[in-house]
Design a protein around this ligand. Structure first.
Ligand code: XIL
Length: 429
């Protein structure tokens, strides 16, 4: 076949390559795909927002850039999670059966299914990004103890008027849906809203969304007591809000894999609380099918710490899904593995650590070595974003691809770990 460009005859392949060049910018055709490198071990997923699944420009990315991001997602990943569009705030912003905005979530599911990807729903019950109407009713809120603020944000700690610990400072307007301090719904009203929401959302995507984050971040940070974070769910319903959420999700789709999802499980103290919570749910026969470990970690995280975390979590006998992986290279985030959205900005302050690229590659290599060691338990590894430009911690440059979708040294380090697994004979001592 003859192909002409500006009057010149050119090989057909060239023309195709030139047309595809903008979409392929940043990686060469022979770059291994992450999903292929780990195909025998676990799904390799990525969190996406509406710009990627709808093919529209965003405040961060021009349409050209979005098209490059889409190509990257299709090349490297065989699983997707909704970074924001299935959170209550976005999918169900108003009360009532007409209060749902399904457009972006529908596009997300369609994108995944049409590209043969496993589709994960994130998230049904969470203290954050939940509209205030959900908690509103006619019961007066509890009176805060003297000297404490009545308007604290329960997103920040397990501190409330009901457990006697003063609330932290208020964060007015956080997420546009700040802490709700008005008259509250009763337990029965809130459970009814939770059930309606879960049945509607899970039911709509039944059979297409294979795995759901049913309850997100219910555990209080750090050691000591209490085990559970004092969110409005906890305060109004009581601790069994978790069991109820799983029960409703199981009713709505008995075949879906139901996850409990949390961050900071690399911290031994928080992990102990996870084991306590999940064992208690298992004893009650609650249908919790997988542990979601977010893994918003930093470059100081080692193979040993992840190995230990996975060893202990595996004792629960459930599959482990790494649900929100990123490795923060900013100085601000080098101390803990907390990932409360209310504190996120501080974790990316202070510029990058020294030798950030090398340290990121070393950390990712150690993490993937641990995931591969535990591949009997680890069934999914999902990155929290496609590249550094769209990451929620972009300033900490936490992902495998830079803002131009070029693979970073960390990408090659991760792929090399897969290679060692498939040819153990060449594994270095
Ligand atoms: C984050 C998103 O990445 C941001 O875009 C949004 O502004 C806030 O939420 N734990 C979770 C995720 O379970 O839903 C959070 O995602 C990150 C921490």
């Amino acid at each position: 076949m003859k192909t002409y460009l500006f009057g010149y005859r050119v090989p057909h392949g060239w023309l195709v390559a030139m047309l595809l060049a903008p979409a392929l910018r940043g990686w060469s055709a022979d770059l291994p795909a992450l999903k292929d490198a780990f195909r025998d071990h676990f799904w390799v997923g990525v969190a996406v927002n509406r710009s990627i699944v709808m093919g529209t420009a965003s405040f961060r990315r021009s349409l050209d850039r979005v098209n490059e991001d889409i190509a990257l997602v299709k090349t490297h990943f065989n699983q997707i999670a909704a970074e924001n569009d299935m959170k209550w705030q976005l999918i169900h912003p108003r009360e009532g059966t007409n209060g749902y905005d399904f457009g972006p979530a529908d596009a997300f599911v369609e994108f995944g299914v049409s590209h043969g990807m496993q589709v994960a729903g994130h998230t049904l019950v969470w203290h954050s990004q939940t509209p205030q109407w959900v908690f509103a009713g006619t019961n007066p809120p509890p009176v805060a103890p003297a000297g404490s603020s009545a308007t604290g944000d329960s997103a920040t700690a397990g501190a409330t008027a009901t457990n006697g610990v003063p609330r932290p400072r208020p964060r007015p307007g956080f997420g546009g849906f700040g802490r709700y301090d008005g008259p509250r719904a009763s337990r029965d009203e809130l459970l009814q809203r939770m059930r309606d929401h879960i049945h509607t959302v899970v039911g709509r995507y039944k059979g297409r969304i294979k795995v759901w984050d049913v309850v997100n971040e219910a555990i209080a940070d750090g050691g000591g007591t209490p085990v559970l974070r004092s969110s409005l769910w906890f305060e109004i319903v009581g601790p069994d809000y978790i069991a109820k959420a799983f029960q409703y999700a199981h009713e709505a789709d008995p075949d879906a894999v139901l996850r409990y999802n949390d961050y900071g499980l690399e911290d031994p103290a928080k992990r102990r609380k996870l084991l306590t919570l999940i064992r208690s749910l298992q004893e009650q026969g609650v249908p919790v099918h997988a542990i979601g470990s977010q893994a918003h970690v930093h470059v100081g995280t080692t193979f040993e710490s992840m190995d230990q975390a996975l060893t202990e979590m595996a004792t629960l006998g459930l599959p482990i899904h790494i649900t929100e992986l990123d490795v923060n290279s900013a100085q601000g985030g080098q101390r803990g593995t907390g990932a409360d959205v209310a504190d996120n900005a501080s974790t990316t302050r202070g510029g990058l650590v020294e030798e950030a690229d090398r340290r990121l590659a070393d950390a990712y290599a150690g993490l993937f070595r641990a995931f591969l060691k535990h591949r009997d338990s680890v069934k999914v590894v999902t990155f929290w974003g496609a590249n550094d430009a769209v990451s929620w911690r972009g300033q900490g440059k936490p992902l495998l691809f830079d803002g131009d979708n070029r693979p970073k040294p960390a990408f090659y380090a991760v792929v090399a770990e897969a290679g060692k697994e498939s040819s153990p004979g060449v594994r270095p001592p």
